[in-house]
Design a protein around this ligand. Structure first.
Ligand code: PLP
Length: 455
């Protein structure tokens, strides 16, 4: 890129997150300048519907004055303080109380971090710390799932079950293992019912625990609905069967609610939607509607008691971030939680989800679409080269990314995840009319690509 445009300056100055750095040098970025409601606008004035709420996170859309004011007011009063060495601030205290009040199960305490990755790195350390407190340091292994996404820091990326996040980085670290992905459309066997498939997934987990030795397996972590792995919705009885295995071997259940938390599935937590009883829960993203970085980990009484015991023996719990419990994002998080109640966001999501799901289902007959998956306000279509055999496209055609580009050209921002899955996860405040407009553009992008016929 030549010249002095913002795009050229970007390509000359920035290393981009999760971007093909070689094509970026010539193609440059899409520069988003402003946003209002479910819409964002680029530097040329073109309007888009943000079909992914940014990165599955801006639940109140763009420009919500209540959240902006919450940040400004707190910024004026106390722009920063920390939580090391028993210091605290009112917004972090109030947000902890609020999270404990709305949690899907009875939790004891909340730990704050800045991102989903940091929350999940913290979870790994907490599991180890807790087992040390019980005098069983050999119980260290954590099982996650192939295609699960838990972040990019060293431990979180290890939990993530997507090879591109491991290759080149010497990951996963030891003591982190992966079990099967509960995607019936892709991995169900001929003649196997969804129920039988769910049982097989639980058997796979049990076999892995037995192979490793139950005394060495500490925890299992899962997103209620896998997001970046392709929006994979597990069979209805999957978590019930998985949790029976975990109980049998004394393995902790960790729910990664970074995407599903705060209304995405139509209930406050994905754990409620899927009957998950977590011992530990991580959340981020919609906790502050993404307006400022903040994440949280909630733990059971049992785990907190263990932590206190360990601290008694060894002194300070030696973990925490400069910005753990930062008062400004905490104030925004608190206001976000209040707005969810004041505006009955859960009721709204359940209402508009019907339209969202109908419009998704209407794409099932499209010649490029192998499977449609949606629940609440999250969903995806999976593109295939052959609908009958479910044969995927050869990756060299870049079917997913090209389709996402065509959709962007048509005015809706989607994202190709885990290959050729086009995801939608719009702001929770989206209206039925906006859902219709979003799907009209989504469908146009799909048709434009179908016309290119990249087979
Ligand atoms: N967990 C899940 C389920 C996620 O979707 C993500 C991010 O997309 C993360 C963890 C990591 O969060 P962050 O990108 O804030 O580190």
């Amino acid at each position: 890129l030549q010249g002095n445009s913002l795009a050229a300056r970007d390509a000359r100055s920035m290393i981009h997150a999760y971007t093909n750095l070689s094509t970026h040098l010539t193609d440059g970025p899409l520069i988003i300048e402003s946003g209002k409601g479910v819409h964002v606008y680029d530097d040329g004035g073109k309007e888009y519907i943000e079909g992914l709420a940014g990165l599955w996170c801006a639940s109140f859309g763009f420009g919500e004055e209540e959240l902006i004011n919450a940040a400004i007011e707190q910024m004026r009063k106390l722009p920063f303080y920390h939580t090391f060495a028993s210091k605290s601030t009112e917004p972090s205290i109030r947000l902890s109380e609020k999270l404990l009040e709305i949690a899907p199960v009875e939790f004891s305490r909340v730990f704050f971090a800045n991102s989903g990755s940091e929350a999940n790195d913290t979870v790994v350390k907490l599991v180890w710390y807790y087992n040390n407190s019980l005098g069983r340091p050999e119980k260290k292994k954590i099982i996650s799932r192939q295609k699960g996404y838990h972040g990019v820091t060293v431990a979180a990326a290890s939990l993530t079950g997507l090879p591109p996040l491991h290759n080149d980085f010497d990951l996963p670290i030891k003591n982190i293992l992966h079990t099967s992905c509960p995607h019936y459309y892709r991995y169900g066997k001929d003649g196997e019912t969804e129920e039988e498939f769910a049982s097989r997934m639980a058997d796979d987990l049990e076999k892995l625990i037995l192979k490793e030795g139950p005394d060495t397996v500490a925890a299992f972590i899962a997103e209620p609905i896998m997001g970046a792995g392709g929006v994979i919705i597990p069979p209805t009885t999957y978590f019930e069967k998985i949790q029976a295995v975990l109980k049998k071997y004394g393995v902790l259940m960790i729910a990664d609610e970074v995407i599903c938390g705060f209304g995405r599935t139509g209930q406050m937590w994905g754990s409620q939607t899927f009957g998950i009883q977590p011992d530990i829960l991580s959340c981020a993203k919609a906790l502050s509607s993404a307006y400022l970085p903040i994440s949280a980990v909630m733990v059971s009484q049992d785990i907190f008691d263990g932590m206190v015991k360990q601290s008694e023996k060894h002194g300070a719990f030696a973990h925490g971030f400069t910005y753990s419990g930062h008062p400004v994002p905490a104030a925004v998080g608190l206001r976000t939680m209040e707005l969810m109640e004041e505006r009955n966001i859960l009721g709204h999501v359940r209402h508009v989800a019907k339209r969202f799901n109908e419009r998704f289902n209407a794409l099932a007959d499209h010649p490029l679409v192998g499977e449609v998956r949606s629940m609440g306000l999250i969903g995806a279509i999976e593109l295939v080269a052959d609908k009958k055999t479910k044969r995927p496209f050869d990756p060299k055609y870049k079917a997913g990314p090209k389709t996402a580009q065509a959709m962007q050209d048509a005015g809706v921002i989607s994202r190709a995840v885990a290959g050729d899955n086009l995801a939608l996860c719009p702001p929770l405040i989206i209206t039925e009319a906006e859902i219709d407009e979003m799907f009209d553009r989504f469908g146009k992008g799909l048709d434009d690509v179908a016309a290119m016929a990249f087979r």
